[in-house]
Design a protein. Structure first.
Length: 538
């Protein structure tokens, strides 16, 4: 007799609440977990699921870790989950993920933690070179996190590149305390009979492989030694260590940290920090820099240049609340933002983006920035400014295409003017929550020396909110992209009724990155939100 396919496709996960929404045919997404509103699924692991949620008091993005229902009947797994929450709760360090809350909900157990925007150290090693100086700085930051943990009697036991995140601002964050152990915990008498390998073999100390339940601080220090080797090497080691490939100034340090016997290693992470810091600040560092480090350091300096081209702070303009959020990615196109205070209490916002990528894109964006600064007297005449920029690019034979947006704001006149050369996005949301897309489209600058540029004028009343943004990354199905962008902005803006401008753009950008994934690594989306003071929230 043939089987009933529909019957066998039913979900039979125990303990799933009724308000779960099933996505991808398998993974449940609840509307709420405890007091946290859930936005979407982040990741599904072997024992837990990570969701993106919203903090009920601060509206901050929050990572919610939920123990899979099938493990709720396993006392050992439940205890490890509760211990993880206990350990994160007792730590408070800039290089360690923060705890917001934990407890029970109708689906079982959860841990609410800081949402970290960044990439793992493993991804960093696979994707981009790291200079010796930067590698040592990261090693020291990880070591300080370990120092804080060890001071509180905590052994991480699973320190590896996947469990270390590098944020978009370059900050180091140690995460995942799923198998961490308090030194005060006692191993049960029957532990040897139940022993199993816990951790990641490549980064595991010899004693942890032999007896994972009976390790101390030198075990974490050994794991950090493997990570340090890989950071300086510039790639994953896959368990093959050759200290002859290391700078001479690090030989003694790494040799000591990677000793087979724990008693022969550093017993205190502070001593390791002292030795690495001494090398970082020594003359030997400059002598032992790899030849490729000069290029790597130049790329790292270009990251700093992004702070000039894409400022992290917005201007303080009268009666205007401005939010700015952008994904700063060296592998993306070069983007340039500028803000102008104009006569008669009016303002201008310029966004330019070059077709070049990576370091080349930053260089062309910096060149464009210089042109704009030289033409600053024309900032209150957007059409003349854009026309002159186009002329300069052609006369200097710069073989680049630039997309340019210029938004002029006139609060006293309750109006705005907007022009786009190439592409751009400007949404206006009125008091009633209706969304309008505004556009005055011209061809991109750098294509036609005889371009005739036009702009468009629109009412801008108190209570209106403006969202100005670069082009969104385009999936293979362009129709889906258009539906995604329109639906995204309208739905998200409706949900963010009481949120300020900065929270709006951060939430929108986060949603874009989660939805479009790798496409955001190729083109960095950027958003600006402008809201007039003393207005009714959306």
């Amino acid at each position: 007799m043939p089987e009933d396919d529909d019957f066998h496709k039913q979900h039979t996960l125990a303990g799933i609440p009724k308000d779960f929404i099933i996505i991808s045919g398998e993974t449940p997404v609840p509307k709420m977990i405890g007091p946290y509103k859930i936005e979407c699924l982040l990741e599904k692991g072997g024992m837990s699921i990570l969701y993106l949620g919203t903090h009920p008091e601060t509206n901050e993005p929050t990572t919610i870790k939920v123990l899979l229902p099938r493990f709720l009947s396993n006392p050992d797994v439940v205890q490890r989950f509760l211990t993880e929450a206990e350990i994160i709760a007792m730590t408070d360090h800039p290089n360690i993920v923060k705890l917001y809350g934990h407890g029970e909900w109708e689906g079982g157990l959860y841990i609410a933690m800081e949402y970290i925007q960044g990439v793992s150290l493993r991804q960093t090693l696979l994707q981009s070179p790291i200079s010796l100086k930067r590698a040592l700085e990261i090693i020291i930051d990880i070591a300080y996190a370990l120092c804080h943990l060890h001071t509180h009697g905590v052994i991480h036991r699973d320190l590896k590149p996947e469990n270390i995140l590098i944020t978009e601002t370059g900050q180091v964050k140690v995460i995942d305390f799923g198998i961490a152990q308090l030194l005060t915990e006692k191993t049960s008498v029957d532990a040897p009979a139940k022993q199993k390998l816990i951790g990641t073999p490549t980064y595991m100390s010899p004693e942890q492989r032999e007896n994972p339940e009976n390790v101390s601080y030198p075990s974490d220090i050994y794991s950090l030694g493997i990570i340090a080797y890989e950071l300086v090497l510039g790639k994953l080691s896959h368990g093959h260590i050759h200290l002859s490939l290391m700078p001479k100034g690090l030989h003694k340090i790494l040799n000591k940290v990677l000793q087979f016997q724990p008693q022969d290693r550093y017993q205190d992470i502070v001593d390791f920090i002292t030795d690495v810091s001494s090398y970082l600040n020594s003359t030997s560092l400059h002598k032992e820099n790899k030849a490729s480090d000069q290029l790597t350091e130049m790329l790292e300096n270009l990251h700093l240049a992004q702070e000039v081209l894409v400022p992290s702070k917005t201007p303080n303009w009268n009666d205007l609340e401005i939010g700015l959020s952008t994904q700063k990615n060296l592998g993306s196109h070069g983007i340039y933002f500028d803000f102008f205070s104009l006569p008669n209490d009016s303002y201008g916002i310029l966004i330019a983006e070059t077709s070049a990528k990576s370091a080349e894109g930053l260089i062309y964006s910096a060149l464009f920035c210089g042109m704009v600064q030289s033409l600053k007297p024309l900032a209150d005449k957007p059409i003349e400014l854009a026309t002159m920029l186009n002329t300069l690019i052609h006369s200097n034979e710069i073989n680049q295409i630039f997309t340019v947006q210029y938004l002029s704001l006139f609060p006293k006149e309750n109006r705005l003017q907007y022009l786009t050369c190439g592409y751009g996005n400007l949404w206006k949301i009125d008091k009633a929550g209706n969304t309008f897309k505004i556009g005055a489209h011209n061809i991109a600058i750098g294509i036609n020396p005889e371009i005739k540029i036009i702009d468009v004028s629109s009412p801008w009343e108190k209570g209106d909110t403006l969202i100005l943004g670069t082009q969104l990354p385009i999936p293979s199905d362009e129709t889906m992209t258009n539906e995604f962008s329109e639906q995204l902005f309208q739905q998200m803006l409706t949900e963010l009724v009481s949120t300020n401008s900065q929270k709006i753009v951060e939430a929108l950008l986060r949603k874009i990155k989660l939805s479009l994934g790798k496409l955001c690594q190729e083109r960095s989306p950027s958003l600006i939100c402008i809201r007039r003071a003393n207005c009714t929230r959306l």
